[in-house]
Design a protein around this ligand. Structure first.
Ligand code: IPM
Ligand code: MN
Length: 360
């Protein structure tokens, strides 16, 4: 009997529905070639949910997600909902979803496709061969810390990390490094913040369990600079929620377009897979968004949640192949494009290669 998986799908806002459409197309091709079945269950979330049912994360969505084998997520948010009170903003729905699922580890691989080595604004020799895994803590830190408030004459948030929170994310970083180049760079602001000094102490403690992994520490301001100056020095970057958010957007530019990079958010229950880009309402519904980040997120889903490693490899290879053949969406059009293609074309091209791939 072939395997059957339940995938919860959240298309969300802006370009979300378009990129998810392509990711599903490629997943279906992989399911066909590698003989498994995916049943998709669509759930509302984000601005569309606010518009239809009044809240960004309906209970039904959360229950559906908890009941699935994995969650495929597009993007949420947009100017239309920006003036809403905090708890009603689409972004709040995403934060609540991450927290409720306890997906504390956000893995953001930053790598440069060979064919796009000159797509970056940085020099080719600086970025070619870059291969970094950002391990960002996702359910704690200043995003969730209490107390928080916006008052008449002041506003505040709290950056807080417990030993347990640091411990579990550090373990993920060291385990990840063991499968890579065995280097962890922990990024903090320990010269100023108590929370960072505590973070550093706990990371050092966890490192003792991993004598084969080299641990270094870097202040976040320096890390921001080093990422541009010499990104190849990094293997695994371990950091907190806010620093990880900022550094991963910065690092995404090493590879030329934020439209290329996937992410996985992992915990002990179901995991969430999403492109690292946002909802980009300004380019929605024009067929110009790059679906590769979402397709690569689907590939991470096959690898980490559904144990379909071969199918994931086939997708990654297919992405490489179309880029090698010179197909480009608009965001990367000036870099070696032989044919400019739409969002839909890009998904179809990748899906076609995957569906020709025969299981041995
Ligand atoms: C991301 C996004 C989110 C974050 C927003 C939309 C809440 O920027 O996934 O990086 O800050 O975590
Ligand atoms: Mn972000």
């Amino acid at each position: 009997m072939s395997k059957r998986y339940k995938v919860a799908v959240i298309k969300g806002d802006g370009v979300g529905p378009e990129v998810i459409e392509e990711a599903k197309k490629v997943l279906d091709a992989a399911a066909y070639s590698f003989r498994f079945t995916i049943d998709y269950y669509d759930y509302l979330m984000g601005g569309v949910a606010v518009d239809r049912v009044g809240v960004p994360l309906p209970d039904e969505t959360l229950c559906g997600c908890l009941d699935a084998d994995a969650i495929l997520f597009g993007a949420v948010g947009g100017g239309k909902w920006d003036s809403l009170e905090h708890n009603f903003r689409p972004e709040h729905g995403l934060l609540k979803l991450r927290k409720s699922l306890d997906v504390f580890a956000n893995l953001r691989p930053i790598f440069v496709y060979n064919e796009l080595a000159d797509a970056s604004t940085l020099k080719t020799e600086v970025i070619s061969g870059v291969d970094i895994m950002v391990v960002r803590e996702l359910t704690g830190g200043i995003y969730f810390g209490e107390p928080r408030a916006k008052e008449e004459d002041k506003a505040y948030n709290t950056m807080i990390y417990s030993r347990e929170e640091i411990h579990r994310i550090a373990k993920i970083a060291f385990e990840t490094a063991l499968k890579r180049k065995k280097k962890v760079c922990s990024v903090d602001k320990a010269n100023v913040l108590e929370v960072s000094r505590f973070w550093r102490e706990e990371v050092i403690r966890v490192a003792q369990e991993y004598p084969d992994v080299a641990l270094t520490h870097m202040y976040v301001d320096n890390a921001a600079m080093q990422l541009i100056k010499n990104p190849k020095q990094f293997d695994v970057i371990l950091t907190g929620n806010l620093f990880g958010d900022i550094l991963s957007d910065e690092a995404s530019m090493l590879c030329g377009s934020i439209g290329l990079l996937p992410s996985a958010s992992i915990g002990h229950k179901v995991s969430l897979y999403e492109p690292i880009h946002g909802s980009a309402p300004d380019i929605a519904k024009q067929g110009i968004v790059n679906p590769i980040a979402a397709i690569a997120s689907a590939s991470m889903m096959l690898r980490y949640s559904l144990q379909q490693e071969e199918a994931a490899n086939a997708i990654d290879k297919a992405i490489n192949k179309v880029l090698k053949d010179g197909y480009r969406t608009r965001d990367i059009a000036s870099f070696g494009a032989k044919s400019l293609c739409t969002t839909d074309d890009m998904g179809t091209l990748i899906a076609n290669i995957v569906s020709r791939h025969e299981k041995e």
